[in-house]
Design a protein. Structure first.
Lengths: 350, 350
DNA sequence: CTTTGGCACTCGGTAGACTCGACTGCCAAA
DNA sequence: TTTGGCAGTCGAGTCTACCGAGTGCCAAAG
């Protein structure tokens, strides 16, 4: 048993002696596989554990005392705690993605075409199908992109739309209600004024706008103000979720499913969650390590997406605490790396 | 019991005599309330039913023979079939939204600001919270919007972005890889050429493009081709879903939850689903009436959103077949009407 | 002919008794 | 220190009995 796809390789042990580590390893691995409490007998059957079940039992008592394992009830096997899982991912097996996955992956990326939105949507779907966990991708922020062009377009009576195009190819669009009619010439005039005012700046760097009171000046002021105004959807559009339906399968209780889905709906929270985890330098957040209540029965695997050496986004997998960490880690890392390359090509040098 | 929010008003009966209708009504109402099979006794207790339980029993046998009810097993009460629900929504009580909801609704809309995306996102969330069902909103299609402006922006070596602004305020953006370097003057030249070629046309009306072989002509051709190319996200962006987490609560089986969530992920399918239902002239699709397998245990309530007298979108609520139809219908209709008005203001005359 | 109360019957669900088996913890011997 | 053995615990499954909700049928009343 426990022959899930990636081979688990023994690694150095930490604060636990080698035997305890081997036992913990065996417990975690089997529990991930079977979702059942693990007893001393099946642990003793593991090749890496070279002692009898009686010894295993006494070691398990110690592991329980130290907080790595819990017993759901007397006369049951044991289940890893969050701390147990943490030790597992820190010290024990790292997965190696089998060749087949590796090649389907590069095959996928070589056939991938289109705008960044499409690339990310498709990647998150693929990632979900590949890992069987819900996938989350955070796209690069537009915060550091600079304005390359601005245009105001007249849409009809007292209504126009202003579009700014950023150096990363993103278009920021705002509609404007004007208190007065305006001529095409004035619209053009405003367009060029705005463009020259904002060109080369990010939308975060606020630019001084002359406050005269002509129609054109008002339009310019209003348009720039609207571009500076951030809309709720702007940050949320960075989130791509693949396979939220999987949540219904991977988590056991309705409660957990509701919580996780509820959180996934709040996309800004998702962005923060992943960024928090990365900021802490983690690649896995287990149980309540990330401090997000609704995810206390979940684990999140994250890999940063680096473009031109800078962290630009993230790839995440979300599952129950007893998710297959070695495999999930390997998959997320692989995908984030490939995706980073791809995004690099897509954005080009700014 | 069965005192859910909207008052249920007796209405004309159809192919069923009045007594059968009253009994069916009672069964459906109580089953919606309790989610349990309904027996002859509780039906007889209903004020609208003026006969004894024995009579109710024999009528229920008839209703079962005619396919309006089923018995999960002998010695259990009865449950409405899809046909039973259908009769209920067609002939029986229509809900009237209580004053409180009505006023929170108009309050909500009067405080609603921002771009269409934001309006729709917030409305779908509000609709979900108000109805406790998963809400779906389909935004107006851009198919009939005409091009008002096109601009090509140089982004760096051999890369540029082309943005078309449509009469409804939408921006269509495509990035382009060029096989050659290009000067700012050429970009401008191309911009104006494309704009004058496409101006006033929709993106569905294909325009003849002169096929010369100069850099500018190539750029023009490529840019127009890219605008005509529809991307996967374009139609999908019309869908706004509020409260997919509710699916976990409203449906009873994991199977159903997975199916529904899986379908909600495929946003194009959601668009088609709602449009199909409206096309059939229905406002409710129960069970398999819509022909979408995964939703065979679900019901969908739809109300068209009309802008300037034309159907421009839809508002939907998705729940189990035993959802509270009177309330859901009333809510969806109310919201769709208000939303239609709001979108009318937002789009203005094109 | 319709409606009704009565009655036998069905069947799901619950509670209790019992068994089985998977564990553990402890202990004495190696 | 490790191990096998053993008693003890407790969940899960099975069996039985029983209760009660609900039906179908029927004969009598309207």
């Amino acid at each position: 048993m426990a022959d899930s796809t990636p081979k688990i390789q023994p690694a150095t042990t930490g604060e636990l002696d080698e035997r305890k580590a081997a036992i913990l390893n065996a417990v975690v691995a089997e529990h991930i596989d079977t979702a059942q409490p693990v007893g001393s007998n099946s642990v003793a059957a593991n090749d890496a554990v070279k002692v009898s079940s009686a010894t295993v039992r006494s070691e398990m008592v110690a592991l329980e005392r130290e907080g790595f394992l819990v017993q759901p009830h007397t006369s049951a096997g044991r289940i890893p705690t969050d701390k147990g899982y943490r030790f597992f991912v820190d010290h024990l097996g790292r997965g190696v993605l089998p060749q087949t996955q590796h090649s389907t992956l590069s095959n996928f990326f070589s056939h991938l075409r289109g705008e960044m939105e499409d690339v990310l949507t498709q990647t998150s779907q693929m990632l979900n199908e590949m890992s069987n966990y819900t996938s989350v991708i955070i796209a690069p922020s537009h915060a550091s992109a600079t304005v390359r062009s601005v245009q105001v377009v007249d849409l009809g009576p007292r209504r126009c739309v202003v579009v700014a195009i950023l150096s990363d190819g993103e278009a920021v669009r705002r509609t404007l209600e004007l208190p007065f009619e305006i001529t095409p010439e004035q619209v053009n005039e405003a367009s060029t004024q705005i463009a020259s005012l904002l060109f080369g700046n990010t939308l975060e760097q606020r630019v001084e706008v002359p406050s005269r009171d002509t129609p054109v000046a008002t339009l310019v002021r209003e348009a720039i103000a609207s571009l500076y105004r951030s809309t709720p959807t702007f940050e949320e559009d960075r989130v791509y979720i693949g396979g939220s339906a999987k949540v219904a399968d991977t988590f056991d209780t309705v409660e957990a499913v509701r919580n996780v889905l509820g959180l996934l709906e709040k996309e800004i929270v998702v962005v923060n969650l992943l960024e928090d985890i990365l900021q802490q330098g983690l690649s896995v957040a287990i149980g309540s390590e990330h401090g997000y209540e609704p995810l206390s029965t979940a684990a999140v695997v994250v890999a940063p997406v680096t473009v031109d050496g800078e962290v630009a986004g993230a790839v995440g997998l979300l599952g129950p605490t007893r998710m297959n960490y070695p495999e999930a880690l390997a998959t997320a890392e692989m995908v984030s790396q490939q995706l980073g390359q791809r995004l690099g090509d897509l954005i080009g040098d700014r």
